[in-house]
Design a protein around this ligand. Structure first.
Ligand code: SF4
Length: 419
């Protein structure tokens, strides 16, 4: 079997695709040693780190065949192609059949499914992990003014319904109780497949056709949460009570210039309607600090939105201009202002999490054990909150669900007790 190491940067999406590439290369007869760097270029910093990671891999793996892929393989293509020591620069759309791209076909040991979604009973997939990821949609048609993804991942493409169901049942057969549906723009799932297929209908089909115990949605554009989907999220217990919203800003004029398809009133309305019907839902959000033309008042609207929409788990991105995007040609805000706003937003994140803790103190919930380390066990609640338990009893089993009570808070992690 070929030996393969994968270094992954960026989004959950990349981590999912890294699992695919790892198992495909590993299953082939080859004496070669491969190192795949799955890069990211969502921000300038991410691209800098990707270039750095590749240079480090070249230095530390002299005898290996080094493959650079991911979004920076597009935005830094020339840079990587000019680097000595690179075996292959592979674009995102080549990941699924990486073996063909690196001429391993004739050395096959095992045969996988033809299309992008291979047999999941591969023991290598998410081995030992508490949850498995299934990529049901890739690419994007939205061309938000700050984003390179449509240029690096191409147009939106959905995984056919029968393949989704096939993969779900194989994950369940492989012993996974929890599956995360992921997509670059998951709200557009099904648009390229036909009239009556969309995110809501595929979730219903999965819940109807499979005994999967817990289903999660990776992250979603707020404009994709229509009444039907909202109704499903609040009424179906097998859909986990956590939504990560790609919000980006809390100011309507900034949202307009970003070309986002919702306004702050829509976000507040959706979040509050969900909480009225399912109070254990926790909201996460992506927020960009320092988008071109964002004034102090506009930034203040983003800070206010965190409270108005009950957002608790925030991912903060200091804006960075990406070549080929419209926003890169706009008048930029000074870097120190961008970084200062990101700092303020990160402080807001801590306050929001503390507020959530005060709300959850002494309340009970359920959580999955993800790892045991020293005298602690760590896990995530069904609302995707990180928790830890001190001195657990020996019979605790990794990846199992336990009834817990929230009793404390320590640097962003909830302290819990078993009930
Ligand atoms: S929806 Fe906008 S931000 Fe998200 S991937 Fe598409 S273009 Fe990028």
């Amino acid at each position: 079997m070929a030996t393969v190491k994968v270094i992954t940067l960026g989004c959950r999406f990349n981590f999912y695709e890294s699992e695919i590439m790892k198992s495909k290369i590993a299953s082939h007869c080859s004496d070669n040693e491969f190192v795949v760097v799955n890069t990211c270029s969502v921000t300038h910093e991410a691209e800098r780190q990707s270039r750095q990671a590749v240079r480090k891999v070249i230095k530390e793996n002299k005898s290996a065949k080094i493959i650079v892929t991911g979004c920076a393989a597009k935005t830094s293509q020339r840079y990587f192609e000019d680097l000595d020591g690179i075996f292959k620069v592979l674009q995102n759309n080549g990941k699924n059949d990486i073996t063909e791209h690196i001429d391993l076909l004739d050395q096959k040991c095992a045969k996988y499914g033809e299309n992008a979604f291979i047999e999941t009973n591969s023991p290598l997939f998410f081995t030992g992990k508490a949850r498995a990821f299934l990529q049901i949609q890739n690419g994007c048609d939205n061309f938000c003014t700050y984003c390179v993804v449509p240029f690096t991942r191409g147009r939106s493409k959905s995984l056919p319904v029968d393949i989704v169901l096939k993969n779900i049942s194989q994950f369940v057969t492989s012993g996974f109780d929890e599956i995360v549906l992921s997509g670059i723009d998951i709200a557009s799932y099904g648009r390229d497949l036909g009239e009556d297929i969309n995110l809501c209908s595929i979730i219903k089909k999965i819940l109807k056709n499979s005994p999967v115990r817990r289903l999660r949605i990776s992250s979603i554009d707020p404009s994709g949460i229509n009444d039907e989907l909202l109704g499903l999220l609040v009424s179906e217990n097998r859909v986990m009570p956590h939504l990560h919203l790609s919000i980006q800003s809390g100011d309507n004029s900034v949202l307009r210039v970003m070309r986002r398809k919702y306004n702050r009133e829509k976000i507040i309305e959706v979040c509050n309607r969900i909480l009225e019907q399912r109070s254990d839902v926790v909201f996460g959000a992506d927020l960009i600090a320092g988008f071109p033309a964002e004034t102090d008042n506009m930034f203040a609207n983003t800070l206010k939105l965190v409270d108005e929409a009950n957002l608790s788990l925030l991912h903060v991105f200091p804006y960075s201009p990406r070549s080929r995007t419209i926003a890169a040609n706009m008048v930029q805000i000074p870097r120190e202002v961008i970084l200062e706003r990101a700092k303020v937003l990160r402080q807001k994140t801590k306050e929001a999490k503390l507020k959530l803790f005060q709300h959850l103190l002494n309340k009970t919930t359920f959580g999955v054990i993800e790892k045991l380390k020293n005298e602690y066990i760590y896990g995530k609640t069904h609302s995707f909150l990180p928790f830890k338990i001190h001195n657990p009893p020996n019979e605790i089993v990794k990846n199992n669900v336990y009834h817990i009570k929230i009793v404390g808070f320590d640097e962003g992690t909830f302290i819990a007790e078993l009930i």
